[in-house]
Design a protein around this ligand. Structure first.
Ligand code: GAR
Length: 309
C-alpha cells in the first residue's frame, strides 16, 4: 500500500517518510492548538455546541493547512505541500483551474462524455531504437483504446527488439536511415500519409530535426531516464545516463517526460517521477529501477498528452 502511494505521489522513499512525518506533526499540533484556543476563548462544557464546531472546522480548514505548509517547508518539502494545497484551493473554488495536464484532460474527457465535443481518433507513431520495452507497454496500454491507435513503429536499427514487438502486435514498421532523417523532411510525407498525429520517442537516440518538430508542434514527446536538467544532453542515453548518475553520487534519480525541442533533452518537462539510490546500487540495478518507473508511468502520460493534443 505504501509503495503504491509513493508511486502515486512520485516521490523517493526518503521524501515519502518525511511527508508522513509532516502530516503526523500537523495533526498533533492542530489538536493541541485547538485545545489552547478553546481555553483562551473561555469555551467550556456550557458553551453552545455550534461555536465549538465552528472553531474546530475553522482550525481544520485554515489552521491545519497553514501548519502543514509550515512543517512542509521546514522539512524541505515545500513543493510537494504547495502543490497539495493548490489542488485543495482549486477544489474549493478559491483558485481558478490550473491549465495543468491532469485538469485539461479531465475537462476534455467530461466534454466528450457529455457530447459537447466528439472524440477524434488520434494516430501515434512510436520511435524506438532498442529493446522496446517501453514501446511494448505503450502498445499494450492503448490496445482497444476508443480514440488512440498506434499505427507505426519507426526504428533505425535493423533487428532491434522493438521491430518484433511491432510485428507481434500487427503494427506497421518503418526502418529509417540516418542521412535522409537528419536532413529534416525526408520522412514527413510518409508519417503524414500514415495519418500520424503524434510522435512518442521511447528509447530513440537520434536528434529530431527541426523540420519534423515544426511539422508536429507540441506533438513529439520523449522519455529520458534521469531527472532533467541533470544528466541529459548529447550522448546521454541508456546505461550512459545511469553511469553518470552513479558516478555523481546522486541519492535519487528518476524519469522525465518532456516535449521535444531542437536541443537534446531541453524541451518543456511534463512529468517526473523519482526513485531513491542505495549505496549498493550499480548502473545496472539503477537501470532496472528506472525501467520499472517508466513502465508504470509512461503509457498513462502518453495517453493523456495525446488526448490533449
Ligand atoms: C529507456 O530507459 C529510455 O528512457 C532511454 O532508453 C531506454 C529504452 O529502453 N532513452 C534515452 O536514454 C533517451 N535519451 P526500452 O528500449 O527498453 O524501452
Amino acid at each position: 500500500m505504501f509503495k503504491r502511494l509513493q508511486e502515486k505521489w512520485g516521490v523517493s522513499t526518503y521524501q515519502f517518510w518525511v511527508i508522513f512525518i509532516v502530516f503526523g506533526l500537523t495533526g498533533t499540533t492542530t489538536a493541541i492548538l485547538t485545545r489552547y484556543i478553546t481555553a483562551w476563548l473561555g469555551m467550556n462544557a456550557g458553551t453552545y455546541w455550534v461555536w465549538k464546531v465552528v472553531l474546530r472546522m475553522g482550525m481544520l480548514l485554515f489552521g491545519y493547512q497553514f501548519i502543514l505548509l509550515g512543517f512542509g517547508a521546514f522539512l524541505g518539502q515545500w513543493p510537494f505541500f504547495w502543490k497539495y494545497e493548490k489542488k485543495l484551493l482549486r477544489k474549493l473554488g478559491v483558485l481558478s483551474p490550473d491549465p495543468g495536464v491532469e485538469e485539461e484532460v479531465k475537462s476534455k474527457e467530461s466534454k466528450i462524455n457529455s457530447g459537447i465535443i466528439k472524440p477524434k481518433t488520434k494516430q501515434i507513431a512510436i520511435f524506438a531504437s532498442g529493446t522496446g520495452s517501453n514501446a511494448e507497454k505503450i502498445i499494450a496500454h492503448l490496445k482497444n483504446h476508443s480514440s488512440i491507435d498506434v499505427v507505426l513503429v519507426v526504428c533505425n536499427k535493423p533487428g532491434a527488439g522493438v521491430l518484433s514487438i511491432a510485428s507481434a502486435n500487427h503494427i506497421q514498421t518503418l526502418l529509417i536511415e540516418k542521412e535522409p532523417f537528419l536532413k529534416g523532411d525526408a520522412y514527413i510525407p510518409i508519417l503524414k500519409d500514415k495519418g500520424v498525429d503524434f510522435i512518442v520517442l521511447a528509447g530513440f537516440l537520434w536528434k529530431i530535426p527541426e523540420a519534423l518538430i515544426a511539422a508536429y508542434p507540441k506533438r513529439i514527446i520523449n522519455i529520458h531516464p534521469a531527472l532533467l536538467p541533470k544528466h541529459g544532453g548529447k550522448g546521454m542515453y541508456g546505461m550512459r545516463v545511469h553511469e553518470s548518475v552513479i558516478a555523481a553520487g546522486e541519492k535519487e534519480s528518476g524519469i522525465t517526460i518532456h516535449y521535444v525541442s531542437e536541443h537534446f533533452d531541453e524541451g518543456e518537462a511534463v512529468f517526473q517521477a523519482i526513485c531513491s539510490i542505495d549505496e549498493k546500487d550499480t548502473p545496472e540495478t539503477l537501470s532496472q529501477k528506472i525501467h520499472a518507473l517508466e513502465h508504470a508511468h509512461f503509457p498513462g502520460i502518453v495517453e493523456k498528452l495525446v488526448l490533449l493534443s
